[in-house]
Design a protein around this ligand. Structure first.
Ligand SMILES: [Cu+2]
Length: 67
């Protein structure tokens, strides 16, 4: 399942790397690609929206939408 996650608060490559590693560490995630300039992450895998929101907020950012 592919999801596009809109994330608020990423300002540099360091932020993007934090989000990428937080999402990559979730069970069921196959692939994560963060697009810093667009403020979003593309995720492929079997993971709930709740788990995604929790991982992103634990990393210090906020999810504004998942589709
Ligand atoms: Cu940063």
């Amino acid at each position: 399942m592919k999801k596009e996650i809109k994330i608020d608060g990423m300002h540099c490559e360091h932020c993007a790397a934090k989000v990428e590693s937080a999402l990559s560490s979730l069970d069921g995630v196959k692939k994560v690609k963060v697009k810093l300039e667009k403020g979003l992450a593309k995720l492929d895998g079997d993971v709930s929206d709740e788990a995604i929101r929790a991982a992103v907020s634990d990393a210090g950012f906020s999810v504004t939408g998942i589709e």
